[in-house]
Design a protein around this ligand. Structure first.
Ligand code: ADP
Ligand code: MG
Length: 249
């Protein structure tokens, strides 16, 4: 499903991704862990065509992911084509950037209606089913300001799912939440994984990774230090850096 090959990316003189290789088969959940600044978000943003890469390639279902940014990207594509590629992936960020002036239901409907130009009635039914699926059937008319962080993040997940993505990307989806709200978001992600969604998840929730992940990848300073099953990477890491990191979490 997702293939990342020899990807490199610099910001100015700093090389943030230094040859990343990662494959996520369809239906798998791949967790990425690693210290702050190790390049995890940059990798996810590159997969989602929000950043262009300097070298290497990223493929989704065999198709090369490009980027519209001029100058640096090896694969430069027209904006329309990058937008179409981006629509094949759903991304959930640490901060639940919902549209503040739209209700939960309208937030979930926005993509399919405005971007995909699908009929409103049909989209409304799907959106309300999705909100039901993330446990928010009784919150469809609420504005983000009146929802807890955990509820907002579940709306954000429903909003991403509304575009019927082939791949879901999560960038520390629970890091900004109060501890008591983390579980409800992880529950939704767990359900999604059980339903067979292909997921690439940056997280520090080791319990979640241990239970749900097919693979865990430990990144540090722009390289993959260790990759394997959760049992291998989290419970018996081979590298000193992984050991130190896991001991700290
Ligand atoms: P992580 O998500 O693992 O914390 P990031 O991918 O956010 O790491 O960042 C990796 C490095 O790249 C950091 O040193 C960060 O400061 C730098 N960086 C990220 N985005 C940019 C940017 N747009 N411009 C310049 N430097 C950036
Ligand atoms: Mg990050």
């Amino acid at each position: 499903m997702l293939e990342v090959r020899a990807v490199r990316k610099s910001f100015g003189h700093v090389e943030v991704l230094r040859g990343i290789d990662l494959t996520v088969p369809a239906g798998n959940v791949a967790c990425i862990i690693g210290p702050s600044g190790s390049g995890k978000s940059t990798l996810l943003r590159s997969v989602n065509a929000l950043e262009s890469v300097d070298a290497g390639e990223i493929r989704l279902g065999g198709e090369l992911i490009g980027c519209t940014e001029r100058g640096t990207g090896l694969v430069a594509l027209p904006e329309k084509q990058t937008a179409a590629q981006r629509a094949r992936m759903g991304m959930v960020f640490q901060r639940f950037n919902l549209f503040p002036h739209l209700t939960a239901l309208e937030n979930v409907m926005a993509g399919p209606v405005r971007v995909q130009r699908r009929p409103k009635d049909e989209v409304r039914r799907e959106a309300s089913d999705l909100l039901d699926r993330v446990g928010l059937a009784d919150r469809v008319e609420y504005y983000p300001a009146h929802l807890s962080g955990g509820q907002q993040q579940r709306v954000a997940i429903a909003r991403a799912l509304a575009m019927k993505p082939e791949l879901m990307l999560f960038d520390e989806p629970t890091s900004a939440l109060d501890p008591e709200l983390v579980g409800e978001v992880l529950d939704v992600m767990r359900e999604l994984a059980r339903d067979g969604m292909t997921m690439l998840v940056v997280t520090h929730e080791m319990g979640f990774a241990r239970e749900i992940a097919d693979t865990v990848t430990f990144m540090d300073e722009g390289v993959i230090v260790e990759h394997g099953t959760p049992a291998e990477v989290i419970d018996s890491p081979r590298h000193e850096r992984t050991r130190e990191f896991c001991a700290r979490i």
